[in-house]
Design a protein around this ligand. Structure first.
Ligand SMILES: Nc1nc2c(ncn2[C@@H]2O[C@H](COP(=O)(O)OP(=O)(O)O)[C@@H](O)[C@H]2O)c(=O)[nH]1
Ligand SMILES: [Mg+2]
Length: 180
């Protein structure tokens, strides 16, 4: 696996826009890297490899950030803590067209909160939705849960949209750094 000093992890269900968001942000062509399953306790086959999207973005101050897209399928969830190790934050993407977008958000938040306390949420596919869900359900739910993660409605194909999420994570890191 490629090592990068700073990294951000993209999570979310298949089709939510992880690969597309990384492609929008990355200065290099997005690579599909492979990680080896070393967690034999939960997954018997030592040789299982897992596809991870990898891109890189260089910020204005020259800091390079590795962008890692996690595989969405639950059978690969053993790899999430490995990818998240040392990450400065995670971006959770939720497809607004999903049958149960709030349940998905809850489940990903619950999981990734174990790996990082810096999470930003992107609700995708808002442009092509004809779902019965209203856009207000997400913020209402976050407030009810007493959660303060930044949430944006984005189109993962647009760089400026993906940048909103990236900047939210980086700002949180800087704020915490200053107040530490
Ligand atoms: N209309 C629309 N299409 C999107 C959006 N985000 C991603 N897509 C498209 O949805 C498909 C799945 O996205 P992809 O990044 O491969 O999903 P992944 O499985 O999370 O990596 C691709 O064809 C994307 O171009 C969005 O916000 N709006
Ligand atoms: Mg993908």
């Amino acid at each position: 696996m490629i090592l990068q000093q700073y990294k951000i992890v993209f999570a979310g269900t298949m089709g939510a826009g992880k690969t597309e968001a990384i492609r929008s942000l990355s200065d290099i062509p997005v690579l599909l890297t492979e990680a080896l399953n070393t967690d034999q306790a939960s997954h018997e086959k030592m040789q299982t490899t897992v596809g991870i999207d990898y891109g890189e973005v260089t910020l204005e101050d020259g800091v390079k950030i590795g962008l890692y897209g996690t595989p969405g399928q639950n059978r690969f969830d053993f790899i999430w803590p490995v990818i998240c190790k040392g990450a400065i934050g995670a971006i959770i993407l939720i497809d607004h067209n999903s049958a149960e977008p709030l349940q998905e958000l809850e489940s990903y938040l619950e999981t990734f909160q174990n790996y990082t306390d810096n999470i930003a949420i992107g609700i995708t596919h808002v442009d092509d939705h004809d779902s019965s869900h209203s856009l207000s359900i997400y913020k209402e739910w976050l407030i009810k849960q007493d959660l303060f993660s930044p949430l944006f409605f984005i189109d993962a194909r647009k760089k400026e949209d993906a940048l909103l999420l990236l900047e939210a994570l980086i700002t949180a890191v800087e704020v915490n750094h200053i107040s530490a």
